[in-house]
Design a binder for this molecule. Sequence first.
Ligand SMILES: [Mg+2]
Length: 238
Amino acid sequence: MPYQPLHRSQEQTQVLQQVLNRGQLAGGAGVCVLDLDGCLFDSRHRQIHILREYASHSGDAELWQVQPEHFTNWIMRDTLRAAGVPVQLAEELEEFWFERFFDGEYVLYDHAMPGAAALVHRLHRSGCEIVYLTGRHREMHSGTEKALERSGFPYKIPRTRLLTKPSFEQDDTEYKNRALEEIATLGESVVFMDNEPANVNLFHARCPDALVVFVETDHSPKPIHAVGSLPRIRGFLM
Ligand SMILES: [Mg+2]
């Protein structure tokens, strides 16, 4: 399911309006739990940067052809094929990619999703606590803080916090499940937004009264589908 950051529709506007209403209804006591990769941030640009860095070193000029729309899943061979790049390069650059994609410095190449920061500011202004809950691990914490600040998300001000995984190896959904205990001490979670079906299903099961929004950008190849009744958005533009 490819990203569509500039997507707008009546349905999406309604969902985003519901998100804002939930924040307001909570009357300053609600918690909004927001994911980063594939949700508030478009991580394809980090990938493109890494591929171009590799191309500069290796001389594989075709890699410069890769554009955001060539990412349709998490399989590098498919991305390269879509861009008309020889697919065998996928194996050659795998290690180079892996060493950089999970590095805190490289998250600065992500782009904020259009409209995302404005939405989070509105939630924060309505009195909500903003929790950025990400599968990024602890070593990516300070880079992620910088990225939040540079892209204009409310951060390092009261009622904002970033939660990152203690270790790279920990499963994202298992980590988020545990983090819900800590989040519950902050108040009632009223809004969740995430692009991973397993995560939105978890939030829906654990907090059935919250508004859980499935962000349709891309997600892991796990054979799990988001609960059909959950509202969906493709982006954050109203
Ligand atoms: Mg995500």
